[in-house]
Write a protein that binds this ligand. Structure first.
Ligand code: HEM
Length: 430
Protein backbone atom coordinates (compact mmCIF):
# COMPACT_ATOMS: atom_id res chain seq x y z
CA UNK A 1 0.00 0.00 0.00
CA UNK A 2 1.39 3.40 -0.91
CA UNK A 3 0.88 5.86 1.88
CA UNK A 4 3.45 8.32 0.53
CA UNK A 5 1.26 9.14 -2.47
CA UNK A 6 0.04 12.69 -3.11
CA UNK A 7 -2.46 13.81 -0.47
CA UNK A 8 -5.89 12.33 -0.94
CA UNK A 9 -8.35 15.08 -1.81
CA UNK A 10 -9.23 16.96 1.34
CA UNK A 11 -6.75 15.06 3.48
CA UNK A 12 -5.49 17.25 6.30
CA UNK A 13 -1.74 16.80 6.61
CA UNK A 14 0.96 17.84 9.03
CA UNK A 15 4.65 17.00 9.36
CA UNK A 16 7.56 17.06 11.81
CA UNK A 17 7.65 20.85 11.85
CA UNK A 18 4.31 20.81 13.65
CA UNK A 19 4.77 17.70 15.77
CA UNK A 20 8.11 16.02 16.39
CA UNK A 21 7.90 13.80 19.49
CA UNK A 22 11.69 13.61 19.79
CA UNK A 23 12.44 17.37 19.63
CA UNK A 24 14.04 18.66 22.84
CA UNK A 25 11.94 21.85 22.95
CA UNK A 26 8.78 19.80 22.71
CA UNK A 27 9.89 17.40 25.46
CA UNK A 28 10.68 20.33 27.76
CA UNK A 29 7.51 22.26 26.97
CA UNK A 30 4.96 20.32 24.95
CA UNK A 31 1.92 22.41 25.82
CA UNK A 32 2.12 24.94 22.94
CA UNK A 33 2.53 22.06 20.45
CA UNK A 34 -0.45 20.18 21.87
CA UNK A 35 -2.63 23.29 22.03
CA UNK A 36 -1.91 24.00 18.37
CA UNK A 37 -2.76 20.42 17.42
CA UNK A 38 -5.96 20.60 19.45
CA UNK A 39 -6.98 23.91 17.89
CA UNK A 40 -5.98 23.37 14.26
CA UNK A 41 -5.51 19.63 13.74
CA UNK A 42 -7.76 17.47 15.93
CA UNK A 43 -7.26 14.79 13.24
CA UNK A 44 -4.51 14.83 10.60
CA UNK A 45 -2.20 12.61 8.57
CA UNK A 46 1.42 13.00 9.75
CA UNK A 47 3.58 12.73 6.64
CA UNK A 48 6.88 12.13 8.42
CA UNK A 49 5.57 9.61 10.96
CA UNK A 50 3.38 7.95 8.30
CA UNK A 51 0.37 7.78 10.56
CA UNK A 52 -2.84 9.52 11.47
CA UNK A 53 -2.66 11.66 14.55
CA UNK A 54 -5.80 11.96 16.68
CA UNK A 55 -5.55 14.73 19.25
CA UNK A 56 -8.86 15.93 20.66
CA UNK A 57 -10.36 14.33 23.76
CA UNK A 58 -13.59 13.47 21.95
CA UNK A 59 -11.85 11.79 19.00
CA UNK A 60 -9.31 9.90 21.16
CA UNK A 61 -12.21 8.58 23.21
CA UNK A 62 -13.96 7.40 20.05
CA UNK A 63 -10.93 5.65 18.59
CA UNK A 64 -10.15 3.85 21.87
CA UNK A 65 -13.73 2.54 22.03
CA UNK A 66 -13.96 1.53 18.36
CA UNK A 67 -12.81 -2.04 17.81
CA UNK A 68 -12.12 -1.39 14.13
CA UNK A 69 -8.92 0.14 15.45
CA UNK A 70 -6.70 -2.58 16.91
CA UNK A 71 -3.53 -2.20 18.99
CA UNK A 72 -2.10 -5.29 17.27
CA UNK A 73 0.78 -4.07 15.12
CA UNK A 74 0.41 -7.16 12.90
CA UNK A 75 -2.48 -5.26 11.29
CA UNK A 76 -0.07 -2.46 10.27
CA UNK A 77 0.72 -2.19 6.58
CA UNK A 78 4.41 -1.59 7.44
CA UNK A 79 4.77 -4.41 10.00
CA UNK A 80 7.86 -6.58 9.49
CA UNK A 81 7.10 -10.12 8.23
CA UNK A 82 6.24 -12.55 11.05
CA UNK A 83 8.98 -14.88 12.31
CA UNK A 84 8.91 -18.59 11.46
CA UNK A 85 7.35 -20.61 14.32
CA UNK A 86 10.66 -22.36 15.04
CA UNK A 87 12.51 -19.05 15.47
CA UNK A 88 10.13 -17.65 18.07
CA UNK A 89 11.53 -17.01 21.54
CA UNK A 90 9.62 -17.05 24.84
CA UNK A 91 9.58 -13.27 24.50
CA UNK A 92 7.81 -13.50 21.10
CA UNK A 93 5.33 -16.11 22.33
CA UNK A 94 4.44 -14.16 25.47
CA UNK A 95 3.97 -11.01 23.39
CA UNK A 96 1.76 -12.81 20.86
CA UNK A 97 -0.60 -14.09 23.55
CA UNK A 98 -0.83 -10.70 25.23
CA UNK A 99 -3.43 -7.97 25.70
CA UNK A 100 -2.28 -5.92 22.73
CA UNK A 101 -1.81 -8.73 20.23
CA UNK A 102 -4.81 -11.03 20.43
CA UNK A 103 -8.17 -10.71 18.65
CA UNK A 104 -11.00 -8.83 20.43
CA UNK A 105 -12.63 -12.17 21.31
CA UNK A 106 -9.43 -13.59 22.83
CA UNK A 107 -8.77 -10.29 24.56
CA UNK A 108 -12.16 -10.51 26.27
CA UNK A 109 -11.37 -14.05 27.38
CA UNK A 110 -7.95 -12.92 28.69
CA UNK A 111 -9.48 -10.04 30.64
CA UNK A 112 -12.13 -12.36 32.10
CA UNK A 113 -9.63 -15.00 33.16
CA UNK A 114 -7.16 -12.50 34.61
CA UNK A 115 -9.85 -10.63 36.54
CA UNK A 116 -9.55 -12.73 39.74
CA UNK A 117 -5.82 -11.90 39.96
CA UNK A 118 -6.69 -8.18 40.00
CA UNK A 119 -9.76 -8.53 42.24
CA UNK A 120 -10.04 -7.04 45.72
CA UNK A 121 -9.03 -10.05 47.85
CA UNK A 122 -5.66 -10.35 46.05
CA UNK A 123 -5.13 -6.61 45.63
CA UNK A 124 -6.01 -5.72 49.23
CA UNK A 125 -2.87 -7.55 50.33
CA UNK A 126 -0.64 -5.51 47.99
CA UNK A 127 -0.96 -2.48 50.23
CA UNK A 128 0.84 -4.22 53.11
CA UNK A 129 3.37 -5.75 50.73
CA UNK A 130 4.59 -2.46 49.30
CA UNK A 131 4.26 -0.15 52.32
CA UNK A 132 7.69 -1.15 53.62
CA UNK A 133 9.21 -0.59 50.17
CA UNK A 134 8.02 3.00 50.24
CA UNK A 135 9.34 3.51 53.77
CA UNK A 136 12.71 2.02 52.74
CA UNK A 137 13.06 4.48 49.85
CA UNK A 138 12.39 7.41 52.17
CA UNK A 139 14.67 6.05 54.91
CA UNK A 140 17.51 6.11 52.39
CA UNK A 141 17.18 9.91 52.18
CA UNK A 142 18.16 10.19 55.83
CA UNK A 143 18.83 13.72 57.05
CA UNK A 144 19.77 15.11 53.63
CA UNK A 145 18.80 18.73 53.00
CA UNK A 146 17.90 17.92 49.42
CA UNK A 147 17.46 14.81 47.30
CA UNK A 148 16.63 13.66 43.81
CA UNK A 149 13.08 12.25 43.57
CA UNK A 150 13.97 10.26 40.46
CA UNK A 151 16.99 8.47 41.94
CA UNK A 152 15.57 7.80 45.37
CA UNK A 153 11.95 6.99 44.60
CA UNK A 154 10.80 6.97 40.99
CA UNK A 155 13.52 4.72 39.59
CA UNK A 156 13.30 2.28 42.53
CA UNK A 157 9.68 1.80 43.53
CA UNK A 158 7.70 0.72 40.42
CA UNK A 159 9.52 -2.48 39.41
CA UNK A 160 9.86 -3.55 43.04
CA UNK A 161 6.13 -2.93 43.58
CA UNK A 162 5.31 -5.15 40.61
CA UNK A 163 7.72 -7.79 41.84
CA UNK A 164 5.94 -7.79 45.25
CA UNK A 165 2.58 -7.93 43.49
CA UNK A 166 3.68 -10.97 41.49
CA UNK A 167 5.07 -12.59 44.65
CA UNK A 168 8.76 -12.68 43.76
CA UNK A 169 10.78 -13.51 46.91
CA UNK A 170 12.91 -10.66 48.23
CA UNK A 171 16.20 -12.42 47.43
CA UNK A 172 15.09 -12.61 43.78
CA UNK A 173 14.17 -8.92 43.44
CA UNK A 174 17.43 -8.00 41.71
CA UNK A 175 16.95 -10.89 39.30
CA UNK A 176 13.39 -9.73 38.57
CA UNK A 177 14.63 -6.17 38.06
CA UNK A 178 17.10 -7.38 35.43
CA UNK A 179 14.33 -9.36 33.70
CA UNK A 180 12.01 -6.33 33.71
CA UNK A 181 14.67 -3.93 32.40
CA UNK A 182 15.39 -6.21 29.47
CA UNK A 183 11.71 -6.83 28.67
CA UNK A 184 11.15 -3.08 28.57
CA UNK A 185 14.25 -2.50 26.45
CA UNK A 186 13.29 -5.20 23.96
CA UNK A 187 9.88 -3.60 23.35
CA UNK A 188 11.36 -0.17 22.53
CA UNK A 189 10.87 1.09 19.02
CA UNK A 190 14.01 3.22 18.89
CA UNK A 191 16.75 0.60 19.28
CA UNK A 192 18.66 -1.45 16.68
CA UNK A 193 17.76 -5.06 15.83
CA UNK A 194 21.07 -6.13 17.40
CA UNK A 195 20.34 -4.38 20.69
CA UNK A 196 16.85 -5.88 20.73
CA UNK A 197 18.25 -9.39 20.22
CA UNK A 198 20.73 -8.88 23.06
CA UNK A 199 17.94 -7.79 25.41
CA UNK A 200 15.67 -10.67 24.38
CA UNK A 201 18.56 -13.04 25.13
CA UNK A 202 18.84 -11.56 28.63
CA UNK A 203 15.14 -12.19 29.32
CA UNK A 204 15.61 -15.97 28.98
CA UNK A 205 16.50 -16.73 32.64
CA UNK A 206 13.44 -14.75 33.78
CA UNK A 207 11.08 -16.66 31.49
CA UNK A 208 12.65 -19.96 32.61
CA UNK A 209 12.17 -18.97 36.26
CA UNK A 210 8.48 -18.11 35.82
CA UNK A 211 7.79 -21.21 33.71
CA UNK A 212 9.16 -23.30 36.59
CA UNK A 213 7.01 -21.34 39.09
CA UNK A 214 3.89 -21.94 36.99
CA UNK A 215 4.70 -25.67 36.68
CA UNK A 216 5.15 -25.89 40.47
CA UNK A 217 1.77 -24.24 41.07
CA UNK A 218 0.06 -26.49 38.52
CA UNK A 219 1.41 -29.54 40.36
CA UNK A 220 -0.17 -28.44 43.67
CA UNK A 221 -3.69 -29.60 44.63
CA UNK A 222 -4.55 -25.90 45.00
CA UNK A 223 -2.40 -23.29 43.19
CA UNK A 224 -2.73 -20.69 45.96
CA UNK A 225 -4.63 -17.45 46.43
CA UNK A 226 -1.89 -14.98 45.63
CA UNK A 227 -1.46 -13.28 42.25
CA UNK A 228 0.25 -16.16 40.42
CA UNK A 229 -2.02 -18.73 42.07
CA UNK A 230 -5.08 -16.78 40.90
CA UNK A 231 -3.81 -16.81 37.33
CA UNK A 232 -2.98 -20.52 37.41
CA UNK A 233 -6.32 -21.38 39.04
CA UNK A 234 -8.53 -19.08 36.93
CA UNK A 235 -11.17 -20.95 35.01
CA UNK A 236 -14.10 -20.04 32.81
CA UNK A 237 -16.31 -23.03 31.99
CA UNK A 238 -13.31 -25.29 32.39
CA UNK A 239 -11.11 -23.07 30.19
CA UNK A 240 -7.79 -22.07 31.77
CA UNK A 241 -4.91 -19.77 30.95
CA UNK A 242 -1.98 -21.56 29.31
CA UNK A 243 1.64 -20.88 30.28
CA UNK A 244 2.25 -18.23 27.63
CA UNK A 245 -0.96 -16.43 28.51
CA UNK A 246 0.20 -16.22 32.12
CA UNK A 247 3.63 -15.06 30.96
CA UNK A 248 1.90 -12.49 28.74
CA UNK A 249 0.23 -11.02 31.85
CA UNK A 250 3.61 -10.65 33.58
CA UNK A 251 4.99 -9.13 30.39
CA UNK A 252 2.10 -6.63 30.31
CA UNK A 253 2.53 -5.67 33.96
CA UNK A 254 6.18 -4.96 33.40
CA UNK A 255 5.79 -3.02 30.17
CA UNK A 256 2.61 -1.13 31.08
CA UNK A 257 3.18 -0.73 34.81
CA UNK A 258 6.77 0.20 35.52
CA UNK A 259 7.64 3.04 33.15
CA UNK A 260 4.27 4.70 33.73
CA UNK A 261 4.60 4.49 37.50
CA UNK A 262 8.13 5.96 37.34
CA UNK A 263 6.70 9.05 35.69
CA UNK A 264 3.77 9.08 38.11
CA UNK A 265 6.18 9.61 41.04
CA UNK A 266 8.25 12.41 39.51
CA UNK A 267 5.34 14.27 37.95
CA UNK A 268 3.25 13.95 41.13
CA UNK A 269 5.96 15.64 43.22
CA UNK A 270 6.66 18.20 40.51
CA UNK A 271 2.93 18.98 40.32
CA UNK A 272 2.46 19.34 44.06
CA UNK A 273 5.57 21.42 44.70
CA UNK A 274 5.00 23.75 41.79
CA UNK A 275 1.44 24.33 43.03
CA UNK A 276 1.95 24.78 46.75
CA UNK A 277 -1.68 25.78 47.36
CA UNK A 278 -2.66 22.30 46.12
CA UNK A 279 0.05 20.68 48.26
CA UNK A 280 -1.39 22.46 51.30
CA UNK A 281 -4.90 21.41 50.30
CA UNK A 282 -3.91 17.74 50.09
CA UNK A 283 -2.22 17.96 53.48
CA UNK A 284 -5.45 19.30 54.96
CA UNK A 285 -7.72 16.95 53.02
CA UNK A 286 -6.01 13.57 52.54
CA UNK A 287 -9.33 12.11 51.40
CA UNK A 288 -8.67 13.87 48.08
CA UNK A 289 -5.79 11.47 47.36
CA UNK A 290 -7.50 9.27 44.79
CA UNK A 291 -8.74 12.20 42.72
CA UNK A 292 -5.41 13.94 43.25
CA UNK A 293 -3.45 11.10 41.66
CA UNK A 294 -5.57 11.15 38.50
CA UNK A 295 -5.41 14.94 38.30
CA UNK A 296 -1.62 14.94 38.82
CA UNK A 297 -1.27 12.42 35.97
CA UNK A 298 -3.54 14.52 33.75
CA UNK A 299 -1.76 17.77 34.53
CA UNK A 300 1.74 16.25 34.17
CA UNK A 301 0.81 14.58 30.88
CA UNK A 302 4.10 12.74 30.63
CA UNK A 303 3.62 10.75 27.41
CA UNK A 304 5.48 12.11 24.41
CA UNK A 305 4.41 9.68 21.67
CA UNK A 306 0.83 8.64 21.01
CA UNK A 307 -0.64 5.17 21.65
CA UNK A 308 -0.84 3.05 18.55
CA UNK A 309 -3.86 1.65 16.83
CA UNK A 310 -4.13 0.17 13.32
CA UNK A 311 -7.19 0.30 11.06
CA UNK A 312 -8.57 -3.19 10.40
CA UNK A 313 -10.75 -1.91 7.56
CA UNK A 314 -11.22 1.27 5.51
CA UNK A 315 -12.83 3.81 7.82
CA UNK A 316 -14.45 7.19 7.13
CA UNK A 317 -13.65 9.13 10.24
CA UNK A 318 -14.74 12.73 10.78
CA UNK A 319 -14.38 13.70 7.14
CA UNK A 320 -11.07 11.88 6.67
CA UNK A 321 -10.47 8.52 5.01
CA UNK A 322 -8.38 6.07 7.04
CA UNK A 323 -7.20 3.16 4.91
CA UNK A 324 -7.05 -0.40 6.19
CA UNK A 325 -3.57 -1.06 7.60
CA UNK A 326 -2.72 2.57 8.37
CA UNK A 327 -1.38 3.48 11.78
CA UNK A 328 -3.38 5.80 14.02
CA UNK A 329 -1.63 7.63 16.86
CA UNK A 330 -3.99 8.31 19.74
CA UNK A 331 -2.41 11.36 21.34
CA UNK A 332 -3.96 11.09 24.79
CA UNK A 333 -1.34 13.38 26.33
CA UNK A 334 -2.77 16.23 24.26
CA UNK A 335 -6.32 15.03 24.95
CA UNK A 336 -5.75 15.28 28.72
CA UNK A 337 -5.20 19.02 28.21
CA UNK A 338 -7.99 19.66 25.75
CA UNK A 339 -9.76 22.98 26.56
CA UNK A 340 -12.96 21.55 25.05
CA UNK A 341 -13.02 19.00 27.88
CA UNK A 342 -11.22 21.06 30.55
CA UNK A 343 -11.70 24.82 30.02
CA UNK A 344 -9.01 25.57 32.66
CA UNK A 345 -6.83 22.76 31.31
CA UNK A 346 -3.51 24.19 32.55
CA UNK A 347 -4.53 24.46 36.21
CA UNK A 348 -3.73 21.71 38.70
CA UNK A 349 -6.98 21.31 40.61
CA UNK A 350 -7.05 18.33 42.94
CA UNK A 351 -10.80 18.79 43.40
CA UNK A 352 -11.52 18.75 39.68
CA UNK A 353 -14.39 16.59 38.45
CA UNK A 354 -12.75 13.99 36.31
CA UNK A 355 -15.69 12.03 34.93
CA UNK A 356 -15.00 10.48 31.56
CA UNK A 357 -11.26 11.21 31.76
CA UNK A 358 -8.87 9.24 29.55
CA UNK A 359 -6.01 9.03 32.04
CA UNK A 360 -6.22 5.22 32.12
CA UNK A 361 -7.54 4.89 28.58
CA UNK A 362 -11.05 3.84 27.57
CA UNK A 363 -12.83 0.88 26.04
CA UNK A 364 -11.61 -2.70 25.93
CA UNK A 365 -7.98 -1.92 26.82
CA UNK A 366 -8.74 0.25 29.85
CA UNK A 367 -5.81 0.04 32.28
CA UNK A 368 -5.80 -3.06 34.43
CA UNK A 369 -3.36 -1.63 36.98
CA UNK A 370 -5.35 1.25 38.46
CA UNK A 371 -5.45 -0.35 41.90
CA UNK A 372 -1.66 -0.61 42.04
CA UNK A 373 -1.36 2.98 40.81
CA UNK A 374 -3.66 4.19 43.60
CA UNK A 375 -1.88 2.20 46.31
CA UNK A 376 1.65 2.97 45.15
CA UNK A 377 1.01 6.63 44.36
CA UNK A 378 -1.04 7.15 47.52
CA UNK A 379 1.55 5.58 49.83
CA UNK A 380 4.38 7.55 48.24
CA UNK A 381 2.60 10.92 48.49
CA UNK A 382 1.43 10.20 52.06
CA UNK A 383 4.98 9.36 53.14
CA UNK A 384 6.36 12.42 51.35
CA UNK A 385 3.89 14.69 53.14
CA UNK A 386 4.61 13.03 56.48
CA UNK A 387 8.37 13.43 56.17
CA UNK A 388 8.64 16.70 54.27
CA UNK A 389 5.56 18.83 54.93
CA UNK A 390 7.57 21.95 54.08
CA UNK A 391 9.37 20.63 51.00
CA UNK A 392 10.01 22.83 48.00
CA UNK A 393 11.62 22.49 44.59
CA UNK A 394 15.32 23.22 44.84
CA UNK A 395 16.05 26.73 43.58
CA UNK A 396 12.39 27.09 42.69
CA UNK A 397 12.78 24.91 39.59
CA UNK A 398 13.74 21.55 41.01
CA UNK A 399 16.77 21.41 38.65
CA UNK A 400 14.86 19.40 36.10
CA UNK A 401 16.60 17.13 33.62
CA UNK A 402 14.95 15.04 30.94
CA UNK A 403 16.10 11.81 29.35
CA UNK A 404 15.67 12.96 25.76
CA UNK A 405 16.36 9.44 24.46
CA UNK A 406 13.48 7.84 26.33
CA UNK A 407 11.34 5.92 23.85
CA UNK A 408 7.88 7.10 24.83
CA UNK A 409 7.87 9.37 27.88
CA UNK A 410 8.99 12.88 28.74
CA UNK A 411 11.09 11.12 31.35
CA UNK A 412 12.37 13.38 34.12
CA UNK A 413 15.58 11.81 35.32
CA UNK A 414 16.53 14.46 37.85
CA UNK A 415 14.14 16.32 40.11
CA UNK A 416 15.83 17.99 43.06
CA UNK A 417 13.76 18.77 46.11
CA UNK A 418 14.74 20.67 49.26
CA UNK A 419 13.40 18.75 52.23
CA UNK A 420 12.51 21.67 54.39
CA UNK A 421 11.53 25.16 53.37
CA UNK A 422 11.87 26.69 56.79
CA UNK A 423 15.37 25.32 57.49
CA UNK A 424 16.71 26.80 54.23
CA UNK A 425 15.00 30.10 54.96
CA UNK A 426 16.57 30.10 58.41
CA UNK A 427 20.00 29.48 56.91
CA UNK A 428 19.53 32.34 54.49
CA UNK A 429 18.53 34.61 57.33
CA UNK A 430 21.60 33.64 59.41
C1 HEM B 1 0.86 5.23 36.60
C2 HEM B 1 0.16 5.26 35.79
C3 HEM B 1 -0.50 4.47 34.70
C4 HEM B 1 -1.14 5.05 33.67
C5 HEM B 1 -1.29 6.55 33.42
C6 HEM B 1 -1.67 3.99 32.85
C7 HEM B 1 -2.41 4.20 31.71
C8 HEM B 1 -2.87 3.21 30.88
C9 HEM B 1 -3.58 3.44 29.65
C10 HEM B 1 -3.90 4.82 29.09
C11 HEM B 1 -3.88 2.23 29.11
C12 HEM B 1 -4.61 1.97 27.79
C13 HEM B 1 -3.60 1.78 26.67
C14 HEM B 1 -4.25 1.62 25.32
O1 HEM B 1 -5.46 1.63 25.19
O2 HEM B 1 -3.47 1.46 24.33
C15 HEM B 1 -3.34 1.22 29.99
C16 HEM B 1 -3.44 -0.13 29.77
C17 HEM B 1 -2.87 -1.08 30.59
N1 HEM B 1 -2.25 -0.85 31.81
FE1 HEM B 1 -1.92 0.94 32.68
N2 HEM B 1 -1.34 2.78 33.39
C18 HEM B 1 -0.61 3.00 34.53
C19 HEM B 1 -0.10 2.05 35.37
C20 HEM B 1 -0.25 0.70 35.22
C21 HEM B 1 0.21 -0.30 36.18
C22 HEM B 1 0.92 0.01 37.49
C23 HEM B 1 -0.07 -1.52 35.63
C24 HEM B 1 0.17 -2.89 36.15
C25 HEM B 1 0.30 -3.24 37.36
C26 HEM B 1 -0.74 -1.29 34.35
C27 HEM B 1 -1.18 -2.29 33.51
C28 HEM B 1 -1.85 -2.07 32.31
C29 HEM B 1 -2.21 -3.13 31.37
C30 HEM B 1 -1.91 -4.61 31.52
C31 HEM B 1 -2.85 -2.50 30.30
C32 HEM B 1 -3.43 -3.19 29.07
C33 HEM B 1 -4.82 -3.63 29.34
C34 HEM B 1 -5.47 -4.26 28.12
O3 HEM B 1 -4.96 -4.14 27.01
O4 HEM B 1 -6.53 -4.89 28.28
N3 HEM B 1 -0.84 0.06 34.16
N4 HEM B 1 -2.75 1.84 31.08
Amino acid sequence: MDTSAAPAAGRIEIDGRIFNPYAKDYIREPRPVWQRLLRDYPLAWHKDLQMWLVNSHALCDQVLKDQRFTPNYRAWELAPPPKAEADKTDFDLAYEKGFFAVSPKDHLRLRKLTMPAFAKPVMAKIDAKIRDLVVECFDAIGEAESFDVYQTIASKLPVRAISRMVGVPTDKEEFFHEFAVNIIKATRINISAKEREASVELTKPGFAYFKAQIAERRALPHPGEDFLGSLVGASDNGEKLDDYEILSVLFALITAGSDTATDLHTFAILGLLSNLDQYELLKRQPQLMENAIIELLRWGSFGKVPFFRFATEDIEFHGQFIKKGQAVGVNISAAWLDPAKYPDWDRLDLQRRLDGNLVFGAGAHFCIGTYLVRVQGGLMIQEFIKRFPDAELLDGTGELDYDYQHHNARRINRLMVRTNRSSSSLQQAA
